[in-house]
Design a protein around this ligand. Structure first.
Ligand code: MN
Length: 234
């Protein structure tokens, strides 16, 4: 037998940028937990302003969604309770450590609609046992992200609404202003614990209305002023 070949370094997933040919190379996916009070309550938690906490999406979880394309979303193994969480994704164009809140938006390249798909049954077990969440949160392809609109694009504002439908039925509908921890706060806090890098993505949390999806269902996630994403569970 010849020796096993050394694995080839695969390119990172890249995300579309609205109106441009260039692509945005994804790096890490940081996700904040319980960042909308009504979602914290629906998950059985008191949404007082306890310090934010974060978990990760691996690079294999990042699933680029192109403009206007219905993208297949593979139903992962090991779960029978796969939940949608529609989220605003912040794409960083500049990294840094110990970033001040006042400077945080200077590190933002743009914004996209994303989903933090969750094996809720496995996440629930992990919570009960005090274990890490990644088996619930970081399934392959569990982090679809749509085309990025550059910061400053006139159509988008943090005063807009965020929604998700499954098979045309509204499941999640809230406003970005309902976030507990603001985007500058999230960036500042993360940068105390990690050296943030260009390409990092921050999933900023989901509003209430999360629910399970099955194979064959179509989810549409949308945020005012950003390209919507459309995914078919397969
Ligand atoms: Mn989430």
């Amino acid at each position: 037998m010849p020796p096993m070949p050394v694995p080839v370094l695969e390119p990172r997933p890249t995300l579309a940028i609205v109106g441009e040919k260039a692509r945005f190379p994804a790096r890490r996916g940081f996700c904040i937990g319980r960042n909308y009070a009504a979602h914290a309550r629906e998950m059985g938690h008191d949404p007082n302003r306890e310090p934010p906490f974060f978990f990760m999406k691996t690079l294999e979880a990042i699933l680029p969604v192109e403009v206007g394309i219905e993208t297949p979303l593979p139903y992962p193994s090991g779960t029978s309770d796969y939940h949608h969480e529609v989220e605003l994704v912040v794409a960083l164009g500049r990294g840094g450590r110990d970033i001040a809140e006042a400077d945080a938006m200077d590190h933002v390249f743009g914004f996209a609609v994303g989903l933090d798909m969750t094996r809720r049954d496995l996440q629930g077990e992990a919570k009960k046992l005090g274990r890490p969440w990644e088996i619930g949160k970081s399934a392959d392809a569990s982090g679809p992200v749509g085309p990025i609109s550059r910061i400053g694009a006139p159509e988008f504002s943090l005063a807009g609404s965020i929604r998700l439908t499954t098979d045309g039925v509204e499941k999640q509908n809230s406003v970005l202003a309902a976030m507990i921890w603001s985007i500058p706060e999230q960036i500042a806090i993360l940068s105390r614990y990690f050296e943030l890098r260009a390409g990092d993505l921050i999933f900023t949390g989901t509003p209430e209305g999360v629910s399970a999806v099955d194979r064959g269902q179509v989810m549409v996630g949308s945020i005012d002023g950003l390209e919507s994403i459309r995914l078919k569970v397969v």
